[in-house]
Design a protein around this ligand. Structure first.
Ligand code: ATP
Ligand code: FE
Length: 335
């Protein structure tokens, strides 16, 4: 079977073609326009999707070397995400499915971030059920117990900012360009993580909170710059290392608690922040010291991409789980 998958929930327009669980092509058009605004501008994102969607789909088909008449079904991201962005992918997927007279499959974006682990690729291995999925992205921070492909139970999530936002907003306070997460990671590798101490939020159970951390970093930076105007330049690496250390401590603490509560030691990480070198290091460490089995998808399947929509599409295709033509996008869509 050949599945065409479309992802347009935020600021990346992506199309992929899968043959069963293997990715034949995965084309992503990222929108550079948002950089100058220091964050995603929804109105501009919708317009860019509208421009990109047809060329991106053509490219995905061409790279996979198949004709659209060979497609078995079309999968698309129904939500959650920005409404204007979702509408572009949803409308396109519906129209093409109608034109080709093939089934339409709706996909939940966060389920896709989790099931990206099941893309059949020699460079990644698959967790076994049940496992704990920690999704670390620009809009979400969740710990989910995954009993099978379609039985997902949220154990905890953020009460305010997502972990990616914590990285990006901290970076912004330091004058770094958007998105600052990868830059904090880069500088942190050469800094002293114990140089500055930031308070960790006190949140019960498996939920997260990152807005307090952002505020304490803001006050800390303001106070320090008042004393020494060159404080940031002179200490950039140490500040980044200390911020990253605090964020990773929060994540690892919650993961350990989730493992203790469930007894599950299969841990699968996903979302853009899974690219962070520090979290990768911590997980490798936990394999040795705590006996966990940890899984991180290939980087291109961590950030927003249509291949992950395609794998969920394929799994639903096997179940004949198809959507009706009158289906609508959902900006808020719980797992
Ligand atoms: P959502 O899926 O919740 O809608 P999103 O898909 O927009 O959000 P992703 O593309 O999964 O988010 O992730 C983007 C985030 O990952 C950004 O906040 C970015 O700063 C962060 N990020 C990427 N690489 C790194 C890194 N090496 N270290 C820390 N953060 C990183
Ligand atoms: Fe995402």
């Amino acid at each position: 079977n050949f599945i065409l998958a479309i992802e347009s929930s935020c600021d990346d327009t992506s199309a992929a073609v899968l043959r069963n669980d293997k990715v034949l092509s995965n084309v992503v058009a990222t929108q550079a326009i948002h950089q100058q605004y220091g964050g995603v501008v929804p109105e501009l994102a919708s317009r860019a999707h509208q421009q990109n969607i047809v060329p991106v789909v053509h490219q995905a088909l061409a790279k996979a070397n198949i004709d659209k008449n060979q497609l078995s079904a079309i999968a698309f991201t129904r939500g959650p995400g920005l409404m204007g962005s979702l509408l572009v992918g949803t409308s396109f997927a519906k129209s093409l499915a109608l034109g080709l007279d093939i089934p339409l499959i709706e996909v939940h974006h966060m389920q896709a971030h989790i099931l990206a682990h099941f893309i059949n690729d020699e460079k990644q291995s698959q967790p076994s059920f049940p496992f704990l999925a920690m999704t670390l992205s620009g809009g979400h921070t969740q710990i989910v117990q995954v009993n099978n492909y379609f039985d997902l139970q949220i154990l905890g999530q953020t009460l305010d900012d997502a972990v990616g936002e914590a990285f990006d907003k901290s970076a912004k306070l330091l004058g770094l360009p958007y998105p600052g997460g990868p830059l904090i990671d880069k500088y942190a590798q050469e800094g002293n993580a114990q140089a500055f101490i930031f308070p960790k939020p006190k949140v019960e159970g498996l939920n997260f909170s990152f807005s307090g951390l952002k505020t304490s970093i803001l006050y800390f930076v303001q106070k320090s710059v008042k004393k020494n105007p060159k404080f940031i330049e002179e200490n950039l690496k140490d500040i980044c290392a200390s911020i990253q250390f605090t964020i990773l401590e929060i994540l690892m603490q919650k993961l350990k608690l989730a493992v203790n509560q469930t007894g599950i030691k299969e841990i699968a990480i996903g979302g853009g922040v899974a690219a962070n070198s520090g979290i990768r290091f911590r997980l490798k460490e936990a394999e040795k010291t705590l006996g966990w089995h940890t899984y991180i998808p290939k980087f291109e399947y961590c950030t927003d991409n249509a291949a992950m929509i395609g794998i969920v599409g394929y799994l639903k295709f096997l179940e004949d789980d198809f959507a009706e033509q009158n289906i609508t996008a959902k900006a808020r869509y719980s797992l």
